[in-house]
Design a protein around this ligand. Sequence first.
Ligand code: HEC
Length: 114
Amino acid sequence: MTIPTLLRWVVTCTLIMTTSLVSAADAKASGDPEAGKNRSAVCLGCHGLNGEGKEAANGQPAFPRLSGQLQSYLKKSMHDYKNDSRKDPMMGAIAKGLSDVDMENLAAFYANLK
Ligand code: HEC
């Protein structure tokens, strides 16, 4: 490896590291995953211990996977259930008990689960 190539490589790595640090900080700024975890006890029964979801069985519907889903999509879905623009009897009832902050934190928690 020549010196200029090595230098370019170091600069690229530094850039990548800085970018991922900044986006991790952004995710944290819009929702607290720890608080979301504490609020998620009510979700486990349906969506699974780690938000992995459950396939439809025994007359139950499918419970979709939440872990690793995009944070903005999770948040929007919960708001949509809460204001009935997306209708589901189970999620409608659950979402009506969640505040804006709860939804923000839950979305941050599940988006960061793998
Ligand atoms: C009683 C069972 C039940 C509980 C408890 C429950 N959910 Fe759900 N959830 C469902 C079902 C069923 C669906 C799929 C509904 C549909 O088809 O729109 C769903 C869908 C969702 C979706 C949309 C997923 C997608 O891919 O579009 C989100 C987000 C969600 N739930 C979050 C939560 C959170 C957060 C909690 C805890 C606060 C929770 N749910 C608790 C049954 C439940």
